[in-house]
Design a protein around this ligand. Sequence first.
Ligand code: RIB
Ligand code: CA
Length: 339
Amino acid sequence: MSDAVKVILDCDTGDDDAVAIMTAVLSEKIDLLGVCTVQGNKGIEYTTENTLRVIEALNADVPVFQGCPGPIASRLLYSRHGSFSGMTGVKEDVKNEKGEVISYHTDYLPLPKATIKKQEKHAVFWLVETLLASEGDICVVPTGPMTNLAMALRLEPAIAKKIKEVVFMGGGVNVFNSTGASEFNIWNDPEAAEIVLQAGIPITMVPLDATHQANFDLEDCRRLREIGTVAANAVADIMDTRIEAYDLYQPQATLHTAPLHDALALSYLIDREVLQDLHFWRVDVDISGGFADGATLCDTRAFTDLPRNCTVALGANNERFHSIIFGLLERQKRELEAA
Ligand code: RIB
Ligand code: CA
């Protein structure tokens, strides 16, 4: 693991978060130091249990730290985020032929209930301690609302200089989901995202514009079931759920496909070619609570008022992304068979 990239994942697990965690655990190019959990796709108890399920299913020796159960400020005004969940049109009364609500994320992942336990320490305190004690060689990969990282930065601003790079899944330039102007991770906690963007950390944004160019399809699900391991079957189940939800709520350019947002963001630390059409812009988050609340505003002008702060990926190489995911799952199968 000597030349592996040291990574801390910060997830609202969530089914595409689960695939990001699997990818990090299975890749020899990633040294996964720990996974922090945050509310987002589901409440903190669900996202923590789901994270533990993934870690245990892979028999991984990776600690899980439970983080913040809610956004920093965006829910203080009921009128601001109100009851809108941000989950892009999911209707509790729309059921599939099995009588299940059609949604992007099931409450619990299709993996055995976890028997391993989360760490006692809160994710925010663990982030501060771990980053301060580090050589400045850790990459932080938020795949949910950035509440934990923002709170850690507020608690101890010195960690900003100890973070090698942040690669976050979130935001939208021309593609949105939670509202007509925002993406869910940022919309859920806009203040947190702006705190991270202003912290002076080398940061790459992996928005919906990129993740929607790296979709999986039903043939992929068949290939995954051919691999047939617990992990591969879980990814196939996850993709079936996601494709059903995307066909209904966010039909993709190619029908019967769905993105794996978070796994693409993590994969950038395995293969830098997996993201394309990168731009170094000034990016800020609208925290005004208006129609564009939670929007990632990219200043693309030649002379920006504020210093440029964020590399933004507008594209993805789906072939390379697929080879990472299938390569890791097929290798894990060989290793399990050889054991
Ligand atoms: O908008 C997509 C993002 O929101 C993904 O990270 C998904 O897991 C949800 O957190
Ligand atoms: Ca997520």
